[in-house]
Design a binder for this molecule. Sequence first.
Ligand code: NAP
Length: 249
Amino acid sequence: MPNESARILILGGTVEARLLAGRLESDARFSPVTSLAGVTAKPSKIAGEVRTGGFGGAEGLADYLREDDIALMVDATHPFAAQISANAAKASTRTEVPCLWLERAPWEHQAGDDWKLVVDIEEAARVIPAGARALVTIGRQEVGPFFARENIHVVARMIEPPNEAVPVQAEVLRARPPFTLEQEKTLMQERNISVLVTKNSGGDATYAKVEAARELGLPVVMIARPGKPPLDTASSVDEMLSLIERTLG
Ligand code: NAP
C-alpha cells in the first residue's frame, strides 16, 4: 500500500457505490472519487469527491484515469449498466489501472414465484399478454417498447419523468425506492395489476415488489442481466474493501 492516500475512482449510481465511498472516505489510506452519469437530478449525498457526466467512451475514461492519478477503479454501477462497465474494462487494460467489480447478487427464484425469464427489454415488452395491466419498474430510459404496446395498460414507475410522451393507455408513477411489502401490495391491488415487469437487479431496496407479486399470486416478467466483462469481483462492500487492500498490496 503506498504512503500517500490512494485515489480510488468509484463508478457509481447505486446504493453499494455510496456505501463504499463512505467507508473509503473514513479510512486515511484512501481518497474516493465517485463518478455519476448525471441521469438523476437530485442524487443522494455521497462522501468524498463527486464528479458528474460521461467520460467520452473508453478512451475518455482512460485519459481521466491517467490525468487524475487514479490508483484503482471500482465498477459499482448497476448490474444493467453494460456500456460503462465495458468501457471501464477497456480503460483498465489500456492504462493498467486495476478495475474491480462490485456486483450485488441477483434475486433467486423461490417457491411460490411465477417468473417468466426474458433476455432483454424488447422481449419483456413482447411477452406481456394483450389486455394485461402491467406494473413496469425498469427505470425511465427504456420504457419505449412498453409504451408502444397499444393493447396493454402500463403503469410505469420511475424516479424522474420519461423523455418520451406518455401514450393514453399508459400512466407514469414517480417514486423513489425503497418500498415496503405493504406499499407494493397496496399499489398492485389499487391499480388492479395483473403482471409485474422488473430487471433482476438484486439487493433489498426494490425486492418488496417481487415478494408482493408472490403473495398476490401475480406473474413476474424477470429480465436477465446483461453480460459484463470478467473482472475480480466482490458481492458486498466489506468484501470489496478486502479486495481493494489485496489489490493495492
Ligand atoms: P450505460 O448504458 O452503461 O452507460 C451509458 C453511458 O453513460 C456510458 O457510456 C457513459 O458515458 C455514461 N455513464 C454511465 N454510468 C456512468 C458513471 N457512473 N459515471 C460517468 N458516466 C457514466 O449506463 P446506464 O444504464 O444508462 O446507467 C447510468 C447510471 O445509472 C449508472 O451510474 C448506473 O449505475 C445507474 N443506474 C442504472 C440502472 C439501469 O437499470 N441501467 C439502474 C439504476 C441505476 P461515456 O461513454 O461518455 O463515458
